[in-house]
Design a protein around this ligand. Structure first.
Ligand code: CP
Length: 337
């Protein structure tokens, strides 16, 4: 029985199979591959795309799904280990997850970072502990440090756009935002692009360098795939010849868990909003990517988001096709264990 906690849980052959099946399901969306199967979805945090695409996908494959939002009509769930449960949470995931696994054939869970302790969140303990006690295939729908469903959809989007795997020039750029945001998407995206064999640049202002473990992981993947990885705060250098600008805001690791100091530092960079001038020295047809949701005229200008470079809706559409293919892959690899 297979879990999907990270893009690396698909080896190269499985990844190729999932991407090929996603293409088939895009062309021919309806099938009975999940007939009589039930998918359980637990959302400890808000979602638009992930929630809607998982439910739509299960339905298009002939299965059914249920959604729990702990604390809203369902017991609030505790994810920490070894705590005295005398607070708001009435049930621990160590019981809740195995119980839900009794009712379904596959579980998907979203559980964001605590945002207090960087080392703790980098280890992704909550999602890993839940997967460990699941007797059915378990899908990470975004955890403290991974968003592998986004990575899978983004890989397909790059393929759809014929951005070369080897030697494609990919810039992951930090962008402004009114809040300190988690590291899951940038960590997933930089690893995806590196594994794809691209020449990856992480562009960010001072203080927003991605954590060392995230960069080391991406560097390892780049080395294996023949890609490259660099990090800079020099916008002109990073964007020259880029084929993709993928914008995302993330918290400053050096101020992790200290939101007031982080906000003060972040306020120094209001000009990190992607506007048409960012594309002056990219390749002529360079694409703009973002996982959504996105703050208009903070992260990216209307002119870019509404213009022909933006592929954000295609990215979101690919969430549906790739997650359907992923569920078929996981369920064909074995059900209840
Ligand atoms: N990109 C993404 O995961 O979107 P949601 O948070 O809306 O699910």
């Amino acid at each position: 029985m297979k879990h999907y906690l990270d893009l690396e849980d698909l080896d190269d052959a499985a990844l190729a199979r999932v991407l090929a099946r996603a293409g088939e399901l895009e062309r021919s969306p309806i099938s009975d591959a999940l007939r009589s199967r039930v998918v359980g979805l637990v959302f400890m945090n808000p979602s638009l795309r992930t929630l809607a695409s998982m439910q739509a996908g299960v339905s298009q494959l002939g299965g059914s799904s249920f959604v729990l939002t702990p604390g809203q009509g369902t017991w609030q769930l505790e994810t920490r280990t070894g705590v005295v449960m005398n607070g708001a949470a009435a049930e621990h995931v160590r019981e809740a997850i195995p119980v839900l696994a009794e009712y379904c054939d596959l579980l998907g869970v979203r559980c964001f970072a605590d945002g207090q302790d960087l080392r703790h969140d980098l280890a992704d303990p909550a999602i890993r502990a839940m997967a460990e006690v699941s007797s059915v295939p378990f899908v990470n729908l975004e955890s403290a440090i991974a968003h592998p469903c986004q990575a899978l959809a983004d890989w397909k989007t790059l393929d759809d756009l014929e951005v070369p795997r080897q030697g494609g020039r990919f810039v992951l750029s930090w962008a402004n935002h009114p809040k300190a945001l988690p590291l899951a998407v940038p960590a997933a995206v930089v690893a995806m692009a590196a594994r794809r064999g691209m020449d990856v640049t992480v562009l960010r202002p001072e203080g927003f360098g991605l954590p060392e473990t995230v960069m080391q992981n991406a560097a390892r993947l780049a080395a294996r795939s023949g890609g490259s990885l660099r990090e800079t705060d020099d916008r002109a250098l990073a964007l020259a010849g880029a084929q993709v600008i993928y914008a995302k805001s993330w918290t400053a690791p050096q101020f992790y868990g200290r939101p007031e100091e982080e906000a003060k530092h972040r306020a120094r960079f209001p000009d990190w909003c992607v506007d048409p001038s960012w594309f002056e020295h990219t390749t002529p047809n360079a694409h703009f990517m973002h996982c959504l949701p996105v703050r208009r005229n903070v992260v990216v200008s209307d002119a870019v988001l509404d213009g022909p470079r933006s592929v954000v809706v295609r990215q979101a559409g690919n969430r549906l096709h790739t997650q359907k293919a992923l569920m078929v892959e996981l369920l064909s690899a074995g059900g209840k264990g």
